[in-house]
Ligand binder design. Structure first.
Ligand code: SF4
Length: 348
């Protein structure tokens, strides 16, 4: 199968142009058509010669994601289900914030990490997405926002999948959406979230990008973390914390810890005390997430007051903590729910 045009970074496309007897600046023109004018075919790229358009068409595919469903919540959250060329389905979400529109992208079809609170991992990993399939999610979301004259200003790599298990595609994706000839999404406006794949935290730190990194921590100690996230057996908490220290020291950037609150499992005051101790002295902040009830799993929500108590304890111990606003709770907004619903419907 031909490569996907949206998987190419600017230097890669320039190289292709030169190898095909074209001037390198043509790559910038192609990026402009793909990401600024947002056309759907090479034929529409009217400032390129017919011969170059034909060459591009013969060398690359452009088949966009196909929208299966789109749900819009009362708070403006939009959730898309797209089908890929091989029939797999993936989810993308647009979240509205007072600082802009944030696109949450998927990096894998399914996931093999096995977090015990997550519906997306139930069917295992089907395959990695190509860089272009991740890029296309942002582009498709931007096209939906075009209808409202709005812009995708932020990207969070927090959808289905573990981005650090699809590292090369992730890096290509980051470079493509950041390119100032294309979607031009500032690195500081991008956040990548990992379940804690330790070797790639070191690798990512050494890339020296300005992209934000978030660690899905969800536990104040190894025992609870293993219960919630079996990945803790592969990459134990103490090794994870060492990698986090390295990341902060190398990049000079503040790290985010995601902490989902699960009723009675990790949300008691003593857990907040233990978490504060674990993170003491680190340049970080904690994002507390009131977890949506996932029908396939039996974790329960933490009562509102307990969430505030948890936050108060962290703050009193000098740990910066915010509570994440819920998006689209009236639609299937928990990670993987829409895809799971679709799978059920198509299975019968
Ligand atoms: S929470 Fe993320 S990393 Fe964990 S199983 Fe679900 S998709 Fe994978």
């Amino acid at each position: 199968m031909k490569p996907f045009i949206y998987s190419l970074t600017m230097p890669e496309l320039k190289r292709w142009m030169e190898e095909n007897g074209e001037k390198a600046f043509r790559a910038g023109q192609v990026f402009d058509w793909l990401y600024v004018k947002r056309v759907d075919s090479f034929d529409e790229m009217s400032n390129l010669s017919k011969q170059l358009r034909e060459k591009l068409d013969a060398s690359f595919r452009m088949d966009a994601l196909k929208e299966i469903t789109r749900q819009e919540s009362q708070d403006g959250t939009m959730k898309f289900l797209f089908s890929l060329h091989d029939g797999h389905a993936i989810e993308t979400v647009i979240m509205r914030h007072n600082y802009g529109n944030s696109i949450c992208v998927t990096t894998q079809v399914g996931c093999r990490i096995g977090c015990t609170f997550c519906a997306s991992t139930l069917g295992g990993l089907k395959r990695n997405l190509e860089a272009g399939e991740i890029v296309m999610q942002v582009l498709a979301a931007q096209k939906a926002l075009d209808e409202q004259d709005e812009r995708a200003s932020h990207v969070v790599v927090m959808g289905i999948g573990e981005p650090f298990e699809n590292y090369d595609a992730l890096l290509g994706f980051l470079r493509i959406i950041n390119d100032d000839k294309g979607l031009n999404i500032g690195q500081r406006h991008i956040t990548v979230s990992t379940s804690g794949i330790v070797p790639n935290i070191y690798r990512f730190a050494d890339e020296k990008m300005q992209v934000n990194l978030a660690i899905s921590l969800h536990a104040p100690n190894a025992e609870i973390r293993t219960r919630l996230m079996p990945v803790n057996r592969r990459y134990p908490l103490d090794e994870l914390m060492e990698a986090c220290e390295y990341y902060i020291k190398t990049t000079g950037r503040r790290l985010t810890f995601e902490y989902g609150l699960f009723g009675s499992v990790n949300d008691r005051p003593e857990h907040a005390e233990e978490l504060a101790e674990l993170l003491k002295g680190m340049m970080c902040y904690v994002n507390l997430i009131p977890v949506n009830y996932v029908p396939e799993r039996d974790y329960v929500r933490t009562p509102r007051n307990d969430i505030f108590t948890f936050q108060r304890i962290l703050k009193a111990k000098g740990i910066n903590a915010t509570i994440r606003r819920e998006h689209g709770s009236d639609i299937a907004a928990a990670c993987g729910q829409l895809r799971a619903q679709h799978a059920k419907q198509t299975q019968g």
